[in-house]
Design a protein around this ligand. Structure first.
Ligand code: ZN
Length: 330
């Protein structure tokens, strides 16, 4: 993909790498600077590695030339090849400090994340057969990621300094617990990972917190809206996204997302006001029959909105004798 002059003139190249996911290709970004930097790597597959090599070659580079790998967040389409790229090139790997232990023990943590997700699904009415099918799917998908050792720890507010630019590190959780946005304040340009995507609203996936504290269900959408509100304050002319086209008006996009989520919360409230429902029933009422692979995404989406309603005191969550939670209007 040809990037707008603001990014291209800053030596940033977009390398779209195939993924097995519905979202399609993931945009990795080569930053021609010192150190030579690759932001996100694509999933862990031979095909992705082949295409990464070809995409680098088109810019006269090899995997071995990469000196710094930067990870935007924990999803496997973004970090899957990071370990291989780092091993072949000797590159440093920079990521949010809180993500480092998770990434180092990727397999174990994915298993724990999946178990956490399954408990949430059971609590919110997803039937056993769907959970069982999803368990198999998740197990199969896990190999698209791989462990990676983070060698440069980043924290919110840090600066990642390259020869020709400074990138402000901003932790913007919501789509995942580790979403990190890198802002070139001088050029009013950001590398946003999946924090903002132009053509789809990013799923606020409910994920096990990075510190492993799984006592309470995280309010992923509430967190995400808060993160977007903070991003809205930034003066930016361009956000390079992890999927699809760059975002050239982040404020308009964020406002559109705010409206979407407010509308959706009202719609879900209306359903709950008719009669108490589980989150699974709400997902079904909103989107009809849902493909098994989408069951957790849609559940996360519904729970995000019931969280908004809970926080506003418009609904309450009541546990039934079956151990399944239902939402009822207050
Ligand atoms: Zn993602």
């Amino acid at each position: 993909m040809q990037l707008p002059p603001l990014a291209a003139d800053a030596g940033i190249r977009c390398l779209p790498i195939p993924t097995p996911f519905a979202v399609g290709r993931v945009n990795c970004y080569l930053i021609e600077d010192e150190p030579l930097t690759l932001l996100d790597t694509g999933p862990n597959s031979g095909k992705a590695l082949d295409e990464l090599e070809q995409a680098l070659a088109a810019h006269g580079r090899r995997v071995e030339d990469i000196e710094l790998v930067v990870i935007s967040h924990q999803h496997m389409d973004h970090l899957g090849l990071a370990g291989i790229v780092a091993r072949r090139s000797g590159a440093e790997v920079a990521a949010l400090e809180a993500l480092a232990p998770w990434a180092a023990s990727y397999g174990q943590n994915m298993a724990s994340d999946d178990a956490f997700a399954e408990a949430i699904m059971a609590r919110h009415g997803i039937p056993e057969d769907v959970r069982h099918a999803l368990r198999a799917v998740a197990g199969g998908f896990r190999a698209w990621g791989a462990p990676v050792t983070v060698t440069r720890m980043l924290n919110d507010g840090d600066e990642l300094v390259l020869r020709d630019r400074r990138l402000r590190v901003l932790h913007r959780p919501g789509h995942s617990p580790s979403d990190t946005v890198f802002v070139d304040e001088e050029r009013r340009l950001a590398l946003g990972g999946d924090h903002l995507i132009k053509h789809i609203s990013s799923n606020p996936l409910i994920a096990r917190p990075l510190d492993g504290d799984s006592v309470r269900r995280p309010q992923a959408l509430v967190t995400y809206l808060d993160s977007m509100a903070r991003t809205r304050e930034l003066d930016l002319d361009l956000v390079l996204a992890g999927h699809g086209e760059p975002v050239d008006d982040h404020r308009a996009l964020i406002d559109e997302r705010f409206r979407l989520h407010a509308r959706r919360a009202d719609k879900i409230h209306a359903l709950i006001a008719e009669q108490p429902r589980t989150a699974y029933e709400l997902a079904h009422d909103m989107w009809g029959n849902i493909a098994v692979t989408q069951a957790y995404l849609t559940l996360s989406e519904v729970l995000g909105h019931t969280d908004l309603l809970l926080n506003d005191g418009r609904v309450r969550e009541v546990e039934g004798d079956d151990g399944v939670f239902r939402f009822e209007a207050t």
